[in-house]
Design a protein around this ligand. Structure first.
Ligand code: 5GP
Ligand code: ZN
Length: 117
């Protein structure tokens, strides 16, 4: 069922505390933790606690949680005192999505080029 934890999902395991992560923020519906392979001085992932495979599925299935996620992504940027930052949802393999549990990347702490590669 939509939103239910998946046994084979890395980020569901982080939500459950079965895999360690450096958590920087947590709410009833979201968790924010540092990316294991940071692409910028600040690289935090913000995920819903419920399992949705990507941002599109989250927006369709739990729009109130999608709003929480966006609010939390901005709260991470504020907490990290980022002067400028980028919030990214890679959606689909062709866009670089490798973990099939919705997540926002919050990147900052260096110059960010546009358009990205
Ligand atoms: P995607 O490529 O799907 O947009 O982003 C997945 C992100 O998850 C990548 O930036 C990757 O470095 C990060 N990641 C993968 N495995 C782990 C892990 O076990 N712990 C943490 N903290 N991040 C992970
Ligand atoms: Zn999951």
């Amino acid at each position: 069922m939509a939103g239910e934890p998946q046994d084979d999902c890395l980020f569901c395991k982080i939500v459950a505390g079965q895999i360690p992560a450096t958590i920087v923020r947590e709410t009833d519906t979201t968790v924010a933790f540092r990316d294991i392979n940071p692409q910028a001085p600040t690289h935090v992932l913000v995920i819903p606690k419920a399992h949705y495979k990507d941002a599109a599925a989250l927006a369709a299935g739990a729009p109130e949680v999608a709003a929480d996620l966006l609010r939390e992504a901005q709260a991470v940027a504020d907490q990290e005192q980022l002067e400028s930052h980028r919030i990214v949802f890679n959606t689909g393999g062709g866009a670089g999505q490798t973990v099939w549990h919705a997540h926002a990347h919050v990147l900052g702490g260096r110059g960010l080029h546009w358009p990205p590669g």
